[in-house]
Design a protein around this ligand. Structure first.
Ligand code: URP
Ligand code: ZN
Ligand code: ZN
Length: 515
């Protein structure tokens, strides 16, 4: 590119960013309250939130928001874009995944970096390359799949680059899974670094046994996935991770809570004052395990994810937990493998790449399942889809609220508009959609990402490579006051911290001999 063309593009980009946006006549919904106000956006930030605002600059673009809710863009705390997994690479990358997200009202997500051959820094380099295609804001969590001095040192490097969360897999034996000993070491390191430890909680040893039993019994299809990893294994691992986090004095974040069993472990721990966060996902609150028994193998395989999608009773318990506050937020675990990729497990359910879609659907599905059913208010909706993630990952109030000075990530939501979901019209690179035919009331009609109108009346206006990494600083709110609590459950200072003097064993033996 010549210097002149490059400069012209830069000027154009600057001019585009400089156009004010004025959202008129809507109802602003934040996690704490909703109120009538206009919103003026300038240079990627929210400038004013007040009634009866007028354009302050010529060329201001005005959006009519009468009858609409004006809410913070969604933050999906759990995605896997272009992730290499089970011999495949997830088919949504940072471009198609972001297109899908923006069309569904999500303006930021946090993706999991996987180490390359257990090497954290090599994984980081890999994800930097993937993110070159980005079109919206994103953050990173880092997975830890082994333990050594090098890993402990690299965690610090990764944290200094803007990552405040490390994930440990308690399942996927022989691949990503860590032992309890490794998890414990990781929990301790997280506490030192001021980073949040995250767990995929399933008992990986028991899952491997369950899979073998089911397969040997002749069940080779997708239903074998649900049969082989019951909710008890999710509950056990969740309880174990929480107890180990208590032991190490580290806050904990349980990803994709799929069952009542796991949810109740989180709820009980929170009740006794443990700093644990429970994240559920869109598929868990809206889908049910019967889909894995679909007579069409390709349909059934779409629903294979781990932990598995459970029965309706579990979904109901998870929704109640979100309403009651036992669970704090909803992600997606968006990890998509198309029907050709899923086919690798045609004759053995254990080989079906695990993962479902949701990045584009999450906001609509949560609204439908929880607000339209009367379980959450619009403010609660904002909390579980955006604000809680911003707070937990320490980027609030930059994200997760409509307020002066915050990033202008905003959606206009028409609560009366009815629509349905279909693979033919979605924006993901997937050829299927687990929400196919799902009917909804309430639709994101406009998405504003850093002040740019990127989704409006059914059209995307996005540019590859314009995405931005959002660093998540360590020592977030979950670490507040932690220094005043015991550093470890093994409290050697109890009863004075001095070893009890009991005399010599020889003396005791002599005394016994005399009797
Ligand atoms: O099935 C799933 N969840 N796939 C993505 C990897 C993970 O466990 O989060
Ligand atoms: Zn997981
Ligand atoms: Zn995941």
């Amino acid at each position: 590119m010549s210097f002149v063309v490059g400069w012209a593009l830069l000027v154009l980009a600057f001019t585009a960013a400089a156009e004010d946006l004025l959202i008129k006549g809507g109802t602003v919904v934040n996690a704490d309250r909703q109120f009538e106000a206009d919103v003026l956006i300038r240079d990627g930030l929210i400038l004013r939130v007040e009634p009866d605002l007028q354009a302050e600059r010529p060329g201001t673009r005005q959006l009519d928001a009468r009858g609409m809710l004006v809410m913070p863009g969604g933050i999906d705390p759990h995605t896997h874009l272009a992730m290499p997994f089970m011999g495949q690479v997830a088919c949504d990358d940072f471009y198609s995944g972001h297109a899908a997200a923006l069309a569904g009202g999500t303006t930021m997500h946090i993706d999991f970096v996987l180490p390359v051959a257990h090497d954290l820094l090599a994984g980081w380099a890999e994800w930097q390359r993937k993110a070159e295609a980005a079109v919206m804001d994103y953050g990173f969590h880092m997975a830890v799949t082994s333990w050594s001095k090098q890993v402990a040192a690299d965690m610090q490097v990764i944290a200094s680059r803007g990552v405040n969360s490390f994930k440990f897999f308690m399942a996927y034996k022989g691949a990503l899974m860590v032992t309890d000993e490794q998890l414990l070491a990781g929990l301790r390191r997280c506490r030192q670094l001021g980073a949040l430890a995250q767990v995929h909680a399933e008992n990986g040893d028991a899952v491997a046994e369950g899979q073998a039993r089911v397969f040997e019994a002749g069940v080779t299809g997708p239903e074998g996935h649900a049969l082989s990893r019951p909710a008890a294994l999710e509950g056990e691992a969740t309880g174990r991770a929480i107890r180990l986090a208590e032991f190490a004095g580290a806050p904990l974040y349980v990803v994709h809570v799929m069952s009542r069993d796991a949810m109740e472990e989180v709820a009980r721990a929170r009740q006794r004052g443990v700093r644990v966060i429970g994240e559920t996902v869109a598929s868990a609150v809206s889908q049910e395990e019967g889909r894995l028994w679909d007579p069409d193998w390709d349909v059934a395989a779409q629903y294979v994810m781990s932990p598995p999608i459970r029965s309706r009773e579990h979904a109901a318990a998870l929704k109640a937990a979100l309403a009651g506050g036992a669970l704090q937020l909803v992600g997606t675990d968006h990890a998509v493998f198309n029907s050709t990729q899923k086919q690798v497990g045609r004759h053995d359910f254990r080989l079906i790449p695990n993962g479902v879609n949701g990045l584009e659907e999450r906001m609509h599905v949560v609204w439908q399942e929880l607000v339209n059913s009367g379980q959450l208010s619009p403010s609660d909706f904002v909390r579980v889809t955006s604000t809680a993630a911003a707070q937990i990952f320490n980027i609030y109030p930059r994200k997760g609220v409509i307020a002066p000075g915050s990033d202008a990530d905003v959606i206009l939501f028409d609560p009366l508009l009815e629509h349905s979901i279909a693979a033919a019209t979605h924006h993901s690179a997937m050829d299927t959609n687990i929400y196919q035919g799902y009917r909804l009331k309430g639709k994101v009609v406009s998405t504003i990402s850093r002040g740019r109108l990127v989704w409006h009346n059914g059209k995307l206006n996005i540019t590859r490579g314009t995405g931005r990494f959002i660093p998540t600083p360590t020592f977030g709110p979950l670490f507040e006051g932690l220094d005043k609590r015991p550093e470890h459950l093994v409290d050697v200072a109890r009863y004075g911290g001095v070893p009890v003097q009991r005399g010599s064993i020889e003396g005791k033996v002599d005394a016994r001999d005399e009797l």
